[in-house]
Design a protein around this ligand. Sequence first.
Ligand SMILES: NC(=O)c1ccc[n+]([C@@H]2O[C@H](COP(=O)([O-])OP(=O)(O)OC[C@H]3O[C@@H](n4cnc5c(N)ncnc54)[C@H](O)[C@@H]3O)[C@@H](O)[C@H]2O)c1
Length: 258
Amino acid sequence: MSNNSGFEEISYAGQVVIVTGAASGIGKSAAQLIASRGAKVICVDLNQAGVDQSVAEIKATGASAESAVLDISNQSGVMELITTIAKKHNQIDALVNCAGYPGPTGKFVEDITWSDYQKVIEVNLYGAIWLTQAVLPIMKKQKYGRIVQVASIAGKEGNPKMAPYNTAKAGLIGFVKGVAKEVAVDGITINALAPAVIATPINVNTAKETLDYMISKIPAGRLGEPSEVAEIIAFMGSKACSFTTGFTFDISGGRATY
Ligand SMILES: NC(=O)c1ccc[n+]([C@@H]2O[C@H](COP(=O)([O-])OP(=O)(O)OC[C@H]3O[C@@H](n4cnc5c(N)ncnc54)[C@H](O)[C@@H]3O)[C@@H](O)[C@H]2O)c1
């Protein structure tokens, strides 16, 4: 019987963990925390300089990391990278997918171009699906795996004037629910996370009216910190998250209580 009673289950010793979006914000913070708990972290991002910097910072603490450059909306690129990682390391214990971007904000649904819809959905939804497809055969062979998909409160509640992002993140939450039931007997858990506004560079270009709306909805009266999000991700990606799957974890300062 596995031991779910103690802190040792939060240890990532001997594990290989892929973190996308690791050049910045939530992904960077999650990569740092998971590496500090003993994993070799593969830091993935389309921003080469940023991801190299994340890896350098992790290594400077004595923890283990390496970088890989990838646009997760490139399907063949996703498959190639995951295959390369699996061949090199012989295991993938967890995938933490934090790569994402909001696309247009402050625009009515009918004023958003179709190419904007497509791009936002390709990155935030298709990329997440392709990453999941790529790691699952490896995790099934191992009879172990953890998948963390960073969705958004936008996918649970919908924010006005962010239609492509709402759509992609809601789709991701639905994807996670069904996959979880397919792999529940394989030692694999897959969960989504729905943050409200977190203090990261992602919000720099968000329309003021949209940002003000989202912040006004947070009872805690403040933005979340990436380090707070990293803590819940580190649980979701660990052995300790053994009997919760298909769930959407909340980190919204009280905005969503369901
Ligand atoms: N910060 C928030 O308020 C907030 C709220 C809810 C959900 N989220 C979600 O959390 C995740 C992380 O966001 P963040 O706040 O850390 O943002 P961030 O901008 O600080 O970091 C996102 C990272 O993803 C990378 N990225 C973007 N598109 C990519 C692609 N196609 N392929 C590979 N890498 C790509 C960026 O280069 C960046 O390093 C995103 O999925 C975002 O939608 C953020």
